[in-house]
Design a binder for this molecule. Structure first.
Ligand code: ADE
Length: 243
């Protein structure tokens, strides 16, 4: 999968993109990036990328010309991939959305700054607008990294264990239950005996129940969005909740 990033802060990307999972994915040629400084597509002496809003009001707006030129130069026109604007006005990013986008071989991510981008960028250049949550950041760079991170771990071959991503919190429609590693006893707190029993069927059933419980406690709305088995329903009823 290839990402083309368009930003006024290209320097924030390399350290994260070249660490850990993303570094390994690049080494395996499963992932590649182009980081493009929008300022490089300005033509004036001071490389201005923003301007005052028509009609007055506070804040500065990102000018359309360098953004259009940068994206058209790199991606081509018409574009051969989705062009996503990271903005708090976008559709809120979810695991479902991540799964959908991870099927694309290439994505262009446009990181807004200041009060936003000129409306013509939204209406005539970008194909999609995504928000990472209902709060406002100073720019789209962190949201872009979050999106890339979520997508990278869904690319086949990136996670060591292919089942890992399928069992993730949210991917299965449930939150994941508790995990333990050694030691079996830490400060008097013991790892549940079933996990040490070697009985794979029992372990699987316990994990399913823990995931159901955790989801019930922390995000019960999720339970109404998935197909629960008879066994799941019996278990949840037994929790004496209103479910
Ligand atoms: N830019 C500023 N805030 C944002 C958010 N919540 N999501 C995506 N892009 C943003």
């Amino acid at each position: 999968m290839h990402f083309d990033l368009f930003t006024l802060l290209p320097e924030v990307f390399p350290s994260y993109l070249n660490s850990s999972m993303m570094k390994r994915a690049q080494e395996k040629n499963l992932l590649s990036f182009g980081v493009h400084n929008i300022r490089d597509w300005t033509h004036d002496k001071h490389h201005v990328t923003d301007d005052y809003p028509y009609g007055g009001g506070g804040g500065m707006i990102m000018k359309p010309e360098p953004i259009f030129e940068a994206v058209e130069d790199v991606i081509g026109s018409p574009p051969d991939c989705p062009i996503i604007l990271l903005t708090p006005q976008g559709r809120v990013f979810t695991q479902n959305e991540a799964q959908r986008l991870a099927l694309e071989p290439k994505l262009a991510l446009l990181c807004g700054r200041y009060e936003g981008v000129d409306e013509r960028v939204r209406t005539h250049l970008v194909t999609d607008e995504i928000s990472i949550g209902d709060y406002v950041l100073t720019g789209g760079e962190l949201p872009a990294l979050i999106l890339i991170d979520a997508l990278t771990r869904l690319i086949p071959g990136v996670l060591g264990d292919e089942k890992g991503a399928a069992n993730d919190s949210h991917a299965s429609g449930l939150l994941e239950g508790a995990h333990y590693t050694r030691p079996a006893k830490f400060r008097g707190w013991e790892v549940p005996a079933v996990l040490r029993s070697g009985d794979h069927a029992k372990v699987a059933q316990w994990r399913r129940e823990q995931a159901l419980l955790r989801t019930l406690e922390r995000n019960p709305e999720m339970l109404s969005k998935i197909d629960l088995s008879k066994k799941d329903k019996v278990f949840l009823k037994a929790q004496k909740t209103s479910f």
